[in-house]
Design a protein around this ligand. Structure first.
Ligand code: GAL
Length: 656
């Protein structure tokens, strides 16, 4: 199978989405001049070009794209060619209204924006396949083509009639009989028993709470339907260019796709990442989580498909990236395994919904600070990218994450809406990041053999196979730390006996889990040495715990907040950030896992990739960092011994 290496060929890719259909052809020549100046070696073309390529049903206009591909090739710029299927032309919706998706309230999502396609529509799929086929046939042999980019940020759900029919087919394939479905969905509750497949609906608007098992299956179905759209187009382009890799860009930690499943179907895993530049340290932390997850999905180097060189336009208040931050965050992605640093988009649009979203070339043009910083970064990546590309990141901690657990947990009718899966993932990953412990992610059924420390912030739903996997991991000598509300439900979202699966209770030394005690806004709970937030639990522990930290004060006074039996830890609250960091650092040390560097100040990040050591200063004040031994700093070429100084938002890439 082709991989990212087939496109990077030993370099780090640098470039972005390029939407030349928004500009006259004179501007294209100016674009390639500036691209060369900025050392851009790859652009993603055609993401939203469907109406331009197919102005009327079945008509093709490839002339402009031929000229553009030739121009880019003449200037040595590779093309990641996108199928344009995320934004169908207006004629498709007008001719075939059934191609438009409906939300849970039955409202149509009309053209005039983007992503207005129903994943279930046979007509949409047919037109998407046809344009993909012709695009692939036309450019298969073009020398500029280096990779395929299918659609863009697959994300739309559909609750319409065609989706309902496909949902029934999907359920039939899964359950076989309505009896099996009734059992799995618990339809004895509220008179929901189904006698005929035709009675079953997508998770549409209801008067009061929906059946959670139905919602869970509808989320699974939606991810699967979008994946079918992806694989259909992927298979078409693969037929024409079996030697070229195929990707589709994920949104960061996006709810709607089971990205573990999806990643298995891609040659290259790519992601779009837009941390908030108003908070450089918080943004770096958020970025690190997504980068670690994406690298783990890719099982190696991955592609930063989109980031913003300056402001985005979809937060309440949108700041530019302050001086130096674009460079720092780009190097952070490379440190954490990216072999491609790309942006949305090359040239800032003058019209349309994103005219205030930054580009690599902003409204200020060539002389603008944003472009000048892009230019500097491009030169650096070109200079030392070859030393970095293809290398593996060293990570000694593994965090478990699963979309099905998230989908099951994120529903109405739960005990607290404050303890959401992404918040917990962020809190635990932050603790690791601040302790300078690099983390990979894994699925709870992945082979965990040889991993030294496995951390489960929360997995509300765990399959039997996953539970057995965790137990086998601990029995095999691994250290496991689990947060609260883990192992509560089985794969049908049925509460396990005793509230937490008996095998897990046994593992952690929980004799009885009497009650869950979620905490309200501003409420905390005392524990020996720290305060817990969000959640607490009334636990009766087994007599043979090896260690416990107790609740202090309040209803739970004297009951265990943290339990350890052997190498298995259970944490029944969310310790405040410093306490969680200290706890995880202690557990890691016990498991033989050391921080990347000792004595690093807060706000400084260190990551090892191959033999290289990246040190990143996320603060605005210069810092001096101890790095034992002699190194060469590759960006400056200077030899350093035992310490390195980093300016505001500074980066050092050290080779022993
Ligand atoms: C991404 C999308 C791009 C652009 C960008 C703006 O989600 O793929 O097309 O809209 O956001 O931040």
């Amino acid at each position: 199978m082709p991989s990212l290496d087939d496109t990077t060929r030993g370099r780090v890719l640098f470039g972005g989405d390029y939407n030349p259909e928004q500009w006259p052809e004179e501007t294209w020549r100016e674009d390639v001049r500036l691209m060369r100046d900025a050392r851009v070696n790859s652009v993603t073309v055609g993401v939203f070009s469907w109406a331009r390529l197919e102005p009327r049903p079945g008509v093709r206009d490839f002339g402009w794209l031929d000229r553009l591909m030739d121009l880019l090739h003449e200037h040595g710029i590779g093309v990641v060619l996108a199928t344009p299927t995320s934004a169908p032309p207006p004629w498709l919706g007008r001719l075939h209204p059934e191609t438009l998706p409906r939300d849970a309230d039955g409202r149509v999502e009309w053209w005039g924006g983007r992503q207005h396609f129903s994943h279930s529509s046979a007509v949409y799929r047919r037109y998407a396949a046809a344009i993909t086929e012709d695009l692939a046939a036309r450019y298969a042999a073009h020398p500029a083509l280096t990779m395929w980019h299918i659609n863009n940020e697959y994300c739309t759900a559909d609750h319409g009639d065609e989706a309902a029919a496909r949902f029934r087919g999907w359920l039939r394939a899964k359950y076989g009989t309505t009896d099996a479905l009734n059992t799995a969905w618990g339809t004895a509750f509220w008179s929901q028993r189904y006698d005929d497949w035709g009675e079953i609906l997508p998770a549409r608007h209801t008067h009061y709470l929906k059946n959670p098992a139905q919602v869970l299956d509808f989320r699974r179905f939606t991810s699967d339907m979008l994946l079918e759209c992806f694989t259909a187009e992927r298979d078409i382009v693969r037929r024409h260019t079996p030697h070229l890799p195929v990707t589709t860009n994920f949104m960061p930690l996006f709810f709607g796709q089971d990205a573990w499943r999806w990643a298995e179907e891609e040659d290259v895993v790519s992601v779009d990442l837009y941390p908030d530049p108003r908070d450089p340290v918080g943004g770096a932390r958020d970025g690190a989580l997504v980068q670690d997850l994406t690298r783990s999905q890719a099982r190696g180097p991955w592609m930063l498909m989109e980031q913003a060189a300056g402001a985005v336009n979809w937060r309440g208040v949108n700041h530019p990236r302050p001086r130096g931050l674009n460079r720092l965050w780009s190097w952070q992605a490379v440190a954490r395994g990216a072999d491609a640093v790309c942006y949305f988009q090359w040239r800032q649009s003058r019209q349309g919904a994103e005219k205030f979203h930054s580009g690599m070339v902003g409204h200020a043009g060539e002389r603008g600070r944003t472009f000048q910083e892009v230019r500097r970064l491009g030169a650096e990546l070109e200079r030392i990218g070859g030393e970095v590309a293809g290398r593996q990141v060293t990570a000694d901690v593994t965090v478990l994450h699963d979309w099905h657990a998230w989908w099951a947990a994120e529903q109405d009718g739960r005990l607290s809406s404050r303890a959401g899966h992404p918040n917990l993932l962020a809190a635990w990953h932050r603790a690791l990041w601040e302790a300078h412990l690099t983390a990979d992610f894994a699925h709870p059924e992945h082979d965990l053999t040889g991993r030294r420390l496995v951390v489960v912030p929360q997995l509300y739903l765990l399959t039997d196979a996953a539970i057995d996997n965790l137990r086998a991991y601990v029995e095999g000598g691994g250290t496991l730390v689990c947060g609260f509300l883990t192992g509560v439900a089985d794969e049908d979202d049925r509460v396990r006996p005793g509230g937490v699966d008996p095998r897990l209770r046994e593992l952690f030394g929980i004799r009885v889990l009497h009650e869950w005690w979620p905490l309200g806004e501003g409420e905390t709970v005392g524990c020996d040495g720290f305060r817990g937030t969000l959640w607490s639990e009334e636990i009766e522990a087994a007599d043979d715990l090896d260690e416990r930290i107790d609740y202090r004060g309040g209803e739970l006074d004297g009951l265990p907040a943290v339990l350890r039996r052997g190498r298995a830890w259970y944490v029944s609250t969310l310790p405040e950030p410093d306490a969680l960091r200290a706890l995880l650092a202690r557990i890691a040390a016990g498991a033989g896992v050391r921080p990347v560097l000792d004595g690093l100040p807060q706000g400084v990040e260190a990551v090892r990739r191959g033999e290289l050591l990246f040190v990143l200063n996320h603060g605005r004040e210069p810092v001096t960092v101890a790095v034992p031994g002699p190194h060469r700093e590759l960006l400056t070429g200077v030899a350093v011994r035992d310490e390195v100084r980093l300016e505001r938002f500074g980066v050092a890439v050290l080779r022993p």
